[in-house]
Design a protein around this ligand. Structure first.
Ligand code: FES
Ligand SMILES: [Fe+2]
Length: 344
């Protein structure tokens, strides 16, 4: 028996998980996805609706995305013998049968899906499929001057429980991210945990340099527009894996506001996809942001994660850690996170 339910193998957090950004799947397109040790197929029908189904056909087991897949209206036809499924996974046609067998009608699982804010999320719950409505709108999304998400996705070796713990870990900033914490507070609700923080860049603080960066992270720290500039930010996990972050930064050269969506989607017990998507807009309506800043900022945002990844990929998980009085509310975060793994 493990101390926390999320340490039991084969279990994944109940809730919304981002599978794709909207921009990654166009009408008529079919994608193979593999998350939660499970094969899925996603497709966008002619009405624009996105569906995510179990990948393997209940007939003879073909992957519904093989051979680029075959979208017909809002349904998906299997490339092997043409059995056709609607967005709920219901078998609606077998082109060469006079009757659809009763046990074939609901044999394929269609997963609850929501598309909003430019991303596509799946409700993962092995037991009860009824999703909860807790993912807020992002007010800037889709508005003029903001543009579409610029995103990065990295498949990394890490545990979801380590990623989520970052939100309360006040003590790692001057060691991993090169910043000093001016103020820091966490707030919890049933389905959210928020970090309200003000982090001041500090050239004397230590930080980790992730490999293969396209820019000098130390240089970025001293750049007035860099992610390590004096900035306040409000980061909230909505559920177990999707974090929204809003930040504003005022500097002598560049003043901007930015929304980030950071998420992790578990692949298996050892790996997850770590993703960050950014939109950014000038705080000064008469002064647009410099082009090089717009292209570099999302890379710097993802690099901030890269600093944490360097720790996560080699660490072990301490179920019974020794903590001190300067640590953030780690035990509270763990109890909060565990409830996504316990029966409803
Ligand atoms: S395997 Fe899908 S139709 Fe036969
Ligand atoms: Fe961090």
């Amino acid at each position: 028996m493990h101390k926390y339910a999320y340490l039991e193998s084969g279990r994944y957090a109940r809730g919304w998980h981002i599978m794709l950004l909207s921009q990654e799947i166009s009408v008529g397109e079919v994608k193979k996805l593999h998350y939660f040790e499970h094969d899925f197929v996603a497709y966008r029908g002619e009405s624009g609706r996105v569906a995510i189904l179990d990948a393997h056909c209940p007939h003879l087991g073909a992957n519904l995305a093989s051979g680029e897949g075959r979208v017909v209206g809002d349904t998906l036809a299997c490339p092997f013998h043409g059995w056709t499924f609607d967005p709920d996974g219901t078998c609606v046609d077998i082109p060469y049968a006079s009757k659809i067998p009763d046990n074939a009608v609901n044999a394929l699982k269609g997963w609850p899906v929501i598309e909003k804010n430019g991303f596509i999320a799946l409700w993962y719950d092995a037991e009860y499929p009824q999703p909860l409505d807790y993912l807020p709108d992002i007010p800037a999304w889709g508005h003029a001057n903001w543009g579409d998400w610029v995103f990065s996705r990295s498949r990394i070796r890490a545990k979801a429980c380590d990623v989520i713990e970052n939100i309360v870990d006040i003590a790692h900033f001057p060691h991993v991210h090169g910043g000093n914490v001016q103020s820091f507070e966490n707030r919890f609700t049933e389905h959210s945990v928020t970090q309200l923080s003000r982090i001041q860049r500090d050239p004397n603080a230590s930080m980790i340099t992730p490999p293969n960066l396209e820019f000098d992270v130390a240089q970025a720290r001293s750049d007035p527009g860099g992610t390590e500039a004096d900035a306040w930010g409000d980061a909230t996990y909505h559920g177990p894996s999707i974090m929204y972050y809003y930040t504003e930064s005022v500097g002598p050269d560049v003043s901007f506001r930015s929304w980030w969506v950071n998420w992790h989607t578990p692949v298996n017990q050892q790996e997850l996809d770590l993703c960050s998507a950014v939109i950014v807009s000038s705080l000064n309506t008469t002064q647009p942001l410099p082009e090089d800043f717009i292209s570099m900022y999302p890379k710097m945002a993802h690099a901030a994660f890269g600093q944490d990844v360097e720790i996560w990929k080699d660490k072990v998980y301490r179920a019974n850690p020794i903590l001190c009085d300067g640590d953030g509310p780690i035990a509270k975060l763990r109890r909060w996170y565990e409830h996504f793994y316990l029966p409803r």
